[in-house]
Design a protein around this ligand. Structure first.
Ligand code: PEP
Length: 242
């Protein structure tokens, strides 16, 4: 199975999202073995889910709180994501880790909360440039995946997203992706995960670079930021994954 997920980050208004969905659906052809998803900002979840959710496109929250409700101003819970039409949630995106202090301990709780509310977690992991240069890439990935010892196995997608490749136009080279994905797979198996958990690559993916990445056997698709804001490029990426 191949999966292509758009991460809109903090972009688009409702008018822009409507135009995106119309243009995207004009090109999108659902295919067996391909899972397409969009992670809009919270304000657009219901609208996007009404527009594309019925056409076989998953809708993901970009984050979700571990508690179901309560005094957590500015946060959105897993049941609220579910209520807004989501079937999944991005967790641990590097921007959340870097700018909002997301910790591995919090992520373990969030994964279990997502399962409790029948949401598919898409766990993002990846090393910074400093960590790569210091030869710590695999140790960092191993540490980020160690939360699976606490959560136990369950439905999960993982995205390998080297922080230095996100939004920089500098995509990881094929051997780097191959090494990281093979390591992630081995670690996940060690933690008791199913053999078919999809491992996506994320970091400056474009229609020009995606075919080379998809040719790597352990790459089960992409988590795409910048290029996914163009409906035609996003539809093209999904077609390439088919
Ligand atoms: C992302 O936001 O997860 C991402 C990979 O962004 P970009 O494609 O812009 O690098």
């Amino acid at each position: 199975m191949h999966c292509v997920v758009a991460n809109w980050k903090m972009n688009l208004t409702s008018d822009e999202a409507r135009i995106f969905c119309e243009e995207f659906l004009g090109r999108f052809v659902p295919e067996a073995g391909i899972e397409a998803g969009i992670a809009p900002p919270f304000t657009l979840l219901r609208q996007v889910s009404d527009l594309v959710g019925t056409k076989g496109v998953r809708v993901f929250g970009q984050n979700g709180h571990a508690e179901a409700k309560g005094a957590f101003t500015g946060e959105v819970s897993m049941p609220q994501l579910k209520d807004a039409g989501c079937s999944g949630v991005l967790l641990g995106h590097s921007e959340r880790r870097q700018f909002f202090g997301e910790t591995d301990a919090a992520l373990a709780k969030k994964i279990m909360a997502a399962w409790q509310w029948d949401l598919l977690p898409l766990l993002c992991i990846g090393e910074s440039l400093e960590q790569r240069d210091a030869g710590q890439t695999l140790a960092v990935l191993g540490q980020q995946l160690s939360i699976l010892a606490e959560t136990g196995p369950g439905p999960l997608w993982v995205a390998y997203e080297p922080v230095w490749a996100i939004g920089t136009g500098r995509r990881a080279e094929a051997p780097q992706v191959r090494e990281a994905h093979a390591f992630i797979r081995a670690e996940m198996l060690r933690h008791g995960a199913d053999t078919d958990v999809p491992i996506l690559y994320g970091g400056s993916v474009t229609p020009e670079s995606f075919p080379e990445l998809l040719a790597i056997p352990e790459v089960a698709g992409g988590l795409v930021g910048g290029a996914s804001l163009d409906p035609l490029k996003f539809a093209e990426l999904i077609k390439q994954a088919g």
